[in-house]
Design a protein around this ligand. Structure first.
Ligand code: URA
Length: 436
C-alpha cells in the first residue's frame, strides 16, 4: 500500500477498500505512516465522509491495532459511554449498580475533553485510587467486584491513541466516522458484549443541536452493531448540568450521596436508570425497561450498589471505608462561597458550556494537556432550569482555591445564567436509537 494513494483516493471522494484501510492503520500503528499522512487522511475523511462499511472497517482495524480483551465471566459484559457533559457523573453510580444487578462492567474512561469533565479525573480525587492498574489487575477487579473504572491503557487500540493526538491538533476531531471509529475501537478492544451510548445534546454538549446528536448516535449504533457489538443509544439533554455538582471531588461526593441515598438529583437519576435499563434488557438480565429500572432501584435501596462501589475502590487502592467517610477523604477547597444572580427570578436558560469553563478556570480542568488538575475545586448546588433564585437562593456554591479564583468563576457563572420565564418542563431523555 502507498499511503499517499489511499489519501488521494479519499481526497477525491472514492470509497476505500477494507484492505487499504487495514494497511493504513497497520502503518499508523507500526510507524511506517507519518503524522503528515495520518493528518491528511483524517482531513480527507472529515471533508468526504465515509460509508458505513468504511467506518466499520476503520473501527475494526483500530480495534485490532492492540490487544482485544477476552472475558470468561458468569454474566454479561456491559458498558456505558457518554459523549461528555457537565455534571455527568453517571458512570460512578451506574457501574456498581449494574454489577449489583448481575452484569460485569469493565469501564475504560477518559480524562476531561474541552469543556467537559472526565471520569478518570474525578476518580483521581480518591486518595490511593489506582486509575492505571494494568490489564491483569483490571481483569481481577472486574471479576471480583463486578465493576472497575480505569484509564485507557497503552495496549488497547494504540492506533486510536496516535490518530486522536494528530486529530486534536489538525482540526479533524469533528468528523462523525472518525469519532465513531475512535470511541468504538476502544470499546470493542475491551471485549464488551453490550454497550449503551449516552449521546448528549444542548448547550453543554459537543453536539449542541439534536439533529447532529442523532446523526452521531445513528452512526455509532450502526457501526457498533455492524462490528458485532450489540449497542443502543439514548440522546439526552445537556442544556443544563445533569448533577447539581460539577468538578472532581464534588462529583465523587455527589455520586456517593446518590449511592447511599443522602441526595439524588432527579434528572441524573432518570438518565442513570434509563441507561442501565437499556443494558439489563439487551443482555437478557431483565425482561423489560420498567422491571430493569426497579431492579436498579433495589441495588440502591439494599445498599448493594454502594457496596460494589466500595469494593472497587478498595481493590484499586483507595480507603476501605471510603463510602462511609467520603467527606473525610475527598480534598476540600479553602474558599466555599455562594454566587448569586444580579437580580431575582426564574432560570430560563443556562449556557452550560460556560459552567464547564468555570470549572476549568478554577483549576478543575486543563487548559493544556500537561496541566495538573486541582481535585478540590468545583461547583455545587447548581440551580437548574426553572429554579427560583434571589439573594437567599444562589446560582451555585463555588469551591475555589482562593478569592481571586472565586471572583473569576462567579463572573462566568453569572454570565452563564439567564433569568426570565420558567421554561416548559422537559424530560432529560430526548430519544432512543435502537438496533437498525
Ligand atoms: N472521544 C473519543 O474517544 N474519540 C473521539 O474522537 C471523540 C470523543
Amino acid at each position: 500500500m502507498l499511503a499517499q494513494e489511499v489519501i488521494r483516493r479519499k481526497r477525491d471522494g472514492q470509497t476505500l477498500g477494507q484492505t487499504e484501510i487495514k494497511d493504513f492503520i497497520r502503518g499508523l500503528t507500526d510507524g511506517t505512516v507519518s503524522d503528515a499522512q495520518a493528518a491528511a487522511l483524517a482531513m480527507a475523511v472529515c471533508c468526504r465522509g465515509m460509508t458505513r462499511e468504511e467506518a466499520i472497517g476503520l473501527t475494526l482495524a483500530m480495534r485490532d491495532s492492540g490487544s482485544v480483551m477476552d472475558w470468561q465471566l458468569t454474566g454479561p459484559v456491559v458498558d456505558k459511554h457518554s459523549t461528555g457533559g457537565i455534571g455527568d457523573n453517571v458512570s460512578l453510580m451506574l457501574a456498581p449498580m449494574l454489577a449489583a444487578a448481575g452484569a460485569f462492567v469493565p469501564m475504560i474512561s477518559g480524562r476531561g475533553l474541552g469543556h467537559t469533565g472526565g471520569t478518570l479525573d474525578k476518580l483521581d480525587a480518591i486518595p490511593g485510587y489506582q486509575s492505571q492498574p494494568g490489564l491483569e489487575k483490571f481483569k481481577a477487579v472486574v471479576a471480583v467486584a463486578g465493576a472497575a473504572i480505569i484509564g485507557q491503557t497503552a495496549d488497547l487500540a494504540p492506533a486510536d491513541k496516535r490518530l486522536y493526538a494528530i486529530r486534536d491538533v489538525t482540526a479533524t476531531v469533528e468528523s462523525v466516522p472518525l469519532i465513531t471509529a475512535s470511541i468504538l475501537s476502544k470499546k470493542l478492544a475491551a471485549g464488551l458484549q453490550y454497550l449503551v451510548l449516552d449521546v448528549k445534546t444542548g448547550s453543554g454538549a459537543f453536539m449542541a443541536e439534536v439533529e447532529e446528536a442523532r446523526r452521531l448516535a445513528e452512526s455509532l449504533v450502526a457501526v457498533a452493531n455492524g462490528a458485532g457489538l450489540r449497542t443502543t443509544a439514548l440522546i439526552t439533554d445537556m442544556d443544563e448540568p445533569l448533577a447539581s455538582a460539577a468538578g472532581n471531588a464534588v462529583e465523587v461526593q455527589n455520586a456517593v450521596d446518590y449511592l447511599t441515598g443522602k441526595q439524588r438529583d432527579d434528572r441524573l437519576s432518570r438518565v442513570t436508570l434509563a441507561l442501565g435499563a437499556e443494558l439489563l434488557v439487551a443482555s437478557g438480565l431483565q425482561p423489560d425497561a420498567a422491571t430493569a429500572e426497579r431492579r436498579l432501584q433495589v441495588t440502591l435501596s439494599s445498599g448493594e450498589a454502594a457496596e460494589r462501589f466500595q469494593h472497587m475502590v478498595t481493590l484499586l487502592g483507595g480507603p476501605a471505608d471510603f463510602v462511609a467517610r467520603a467527606e473525610h477523604y475527598l480534598p476540600g477547597a479553602p474558599v466555599i462561597r455562594a454566587v448569586h444572580a444580579e437580580g431575582e427570578g426564574t432560570v430560563e436558560r443556562i449556557e452550560t458550556r460556560m459552567l464547564g469553563l468555570a470549572v476549568i478556570e478554577l483549576g478543575g480542568g486543563r487548559r493544556v494537556t500537561t496541566d495538573a488538575i486541582d481535585p478540590a475545586v468545583g461547583l455545587t448546588q447548581l440551580a437548574g432550569k426553572g429554579a427560583s433564585v434571589d439573594r437567599d437562593r444562589p446560582l451555585a456554591l463555588v469551591h475555589a482555591r482562593d478569592e481571586a479564583g472565586f471572583e473569576r468563576a462567579a463572573a462566568t457563572i453569572r454570565a452563564a445564567y439567564q433569568l426570565g420565564l420558567a421554561p416548559p418542563h422537559q424530560s432529560p431523555l430526548l430519544a432512543r436509537v435502537g438496533v437498525p
